[in-house]
Design a protein around this ligand. Structure first.
Ligand code: FMN
Length: 195
């Protein structure tokens, strides 16, 4: 890949919260998932586990997504302007019609640093986000499933795996909007040290 194409990909990526009904070609989805599996990981643990929800399973998840909205909505009502609040509510109720929801878990060894083990999974998710972008797909990382972690665990039948920790969700699909880039904070984010 051309160097500039990589930077262009990084800069043009947006969190997509509205999707077309067009299904994802399974071969594209496989490539996106494979990109995740090629991520670096501390001690080469590769301790990620991904659940790929489509069709009826994705639809069934919407009831949980709606429940997570209830835990967040009062806080968001204070923070967001009304139009954005309504858009966000719709996203929680429909997942923006994304045909695919990936739920990412980290298998955690309590004897080792949890930050590294959770971080491994986020690196893999970011690989998927960029691969999706390269394939002409949109995606949005979701922290909101953490609001209903126990429900998600039961939904996936993971009750007997207490050391599997939910990291995030990721919607994937063909983008139906192109949101503007939120301004990036530049000052005080990077500190160069020499002596
Ligand atoms: C860890 C993490 C959790 C996020 N959780 C949510 C979420 O639950 N719902 C949502 O709509 N967006 C979520 N986002 C997307 C962010 O809101 C988004 O990345 C941010 O506003 C910057 O916009 P951009 O991704 O388009 O550059 C999350 C992003 C990250 C990295």
């Amino acid at each position: 890949m051309e160097k500039e194409a990589l930077y262009q990909l990084i800069h043009s990526r947006r969190s997509i919260r509205a999707y077309k009904s067009t299904p994802i070609d399974p071969s594209l989805l496989e490539r996106v998932l494979d990109a995740g599996l090629w991520s670096a990981s501390g001690k080469n643990l590769q301790n990620w586990r991904f659940f790929v929800l489509t069709e009826k399973k994705r639809d069934a998840y919407l009831a949980l997504s709606q429940k997570s909205w209830l835990t967040l909505k009062d806080n968001l009502k204070r923070k967001l302007k009304p139009s954005l609040y309504e858009f966000t509510e719709r996203f929680f109720f429909t997942l923006g019609n994304a045909p695919v929801l990936i739920l990412a878990y980290a298998v955690i060894d309590e004897q080792d640093h949890p930050q590294t083990q959770m971080g491994n999974v986020y690196l893999a998710v970011q690989n998927m986000v960029l691969a999706a972008q390269a394939e002409g797909l949109g995606s949005c990382i979701l922290g909101s499933p953490l609001e209903i972690e126990a429900d998600v665990r039961n939904f996936l039948g993971l009750q007997d795996r207490p050391n599997w920790k939910l990291v995030c969700g990721l919607t994937v699909g063909h983008a139906a909007h192109s949101p503007p880039a939120p301004p990036r904070q530049i000052t005080d984010r990077v500190h160069f040290l020499k002596d």
